[in-house]
Design a protein around this ligand. Structure first.
Ligand code: G3H
Ligand code: 13P
Ligand code: ZN
Length: 317
């Protein structure tokens, strides 16, 4: 199967009360771990590439790795793995255009830190180019706290999405999905230790009332599994107070209008925990294949858990 857009995936996810996992990819082991889980679970998939990932691995390598995963699924499992290749947090028209021209089937234009009218203008420009090329567009309203590439947004500067803005924004831009801010944030430190993590489902409800049938996206949705944090800390790491979004709240979001749930930090944690443990237990080893193999398996297990127990998209491809 060729690379697909999110159109059909989102329609089915909206109607079926589940969500598609959007996982960030940066290298071969990450692509393999995620896609092996999706093949086994027969799950549709979004693989997303940030500006930083593109700078790290180069566009062509990531594209070819994803194409290889599709070919491998076909050859080894006889399975047409539906994959959408998506630009995560595109910050300019030029970056979005370059990814569209380079074969991505979906782009995000994130102008959420700009004033409303400016956000509309740049999003509209991207939508026009993307739709002319058969590519779909995710936009964002509201600002998440946390770290994305060079941009760091403090909790004080973050702001929830205003439901009263969403209809006008979607109508005027023509975007295909909308990322909203309801209390998630990027990275491994989402909530203060001792406080109760709570997403604003009232805002999500209000947004979906104003945009019936329209796919909503949740960024910053890693749950920061404590087993990984403990494994990192037990093997020379130092990540005190790392806390994520409780999985039952992600399940609830997936049953509502949220069709795409973004996960990157949990991949980093799974991989880092595995590699730290390996190095601690085998200080004499130096063959990268020996420590990347369990790291890839840790990613696969973690992703399989998300697909089945959190997103509910297993068996939907
Ligand atoms: O939203 C941010 C993603 O986790 C990507 O992170 O920009 O460091 O690749 P990155
Ligand atoms: P996490 O940092 O919670 O994994 O969020 C990833 C994300 O939103 C990518 O766009
Ligand atoms: Zn994000």
């Amino acid at each position: 199967m060729a690379i697909v857009t999110t159109k059909e995936m989102f329609q089915k996810a909206y109607d079926g009360g589940y969500a598609i996992g959007a996982f960030n990819v940066n290298n071969m082991e990450i692509v393999q771990g995620i896609t092996e889980a999706a093949i086994e679970q027969r799950a549709p998939l979004i693989l997303q590439v940030s500006k930083g990932a593109r700078a790290y691995a180069k566009h062509v390598y990531l594209m070819k790795l994803i194409e290889a995963a599709i070919a491998d699924a076909e050859q080894t499992a006889g399975f047409d793995l539906p994959i959408c290749v998506h630009l995560d947090h595109g910050d300019s028209f030029e970056l979005c255009k370059s990814c569209i021209d380079g074969g991505f089937s979906s782009v995000m234009i994130d102008a959420s830190s700009k004033p409303f009218e400016e956000n509309i203008a740049i999003t509209k420009q991207v939508v026009e180019y993307a739709h002319d090329h058969g590519v779909v567009v995710e936009a964002e309203l509201g600002t998440l706290a946390g770290v994305e590439d060079e941009v760091q947004v403090s909790a004080e500067d973050s702001s929830y999405t205003r439901p009263e803005d969403v209809q006008e924004f979607v109508q005027r831009t023509g975007c295909d999905s909308l990322a909203i801010a309801i209390g998630t944030s990027h990275g491994a430190y989402k909530f203060k230790p001792g406080t109760k993590p709570q997403l604003r489902f009232d805002i999500l409800e209000e947004v979906s009332k104003r945009l019936p049938g329209f796919p909503i996206v949740l960024h910053g949705s890693s749950s920061v599994p404590q087993e990984f944090v403990e494994m990192i800390n037990a093997n020379g790491g130092n990540m005190p107070g790392a806390i994520g979004v409780p999985e039952e709240q992600l399940r609830k979001a997936a049953s509502m209008a949220v069709c795409k749930i973004n996960i990157d930090s949990d991949l980093r944690l799974a991989m880092t925990a595995s590699i730290r443990k390996f190095f601690n237990e085998h200080p004499d080893k130096f063959d990268p294949r020996e420590y990347l193999k369990p790291a890839r398996a840790a990613i696969k297990d973690m992703v399989a858990h998300k697909l089945v127990d959190v997103l509910g998209c297993n068996g939907k491809a």
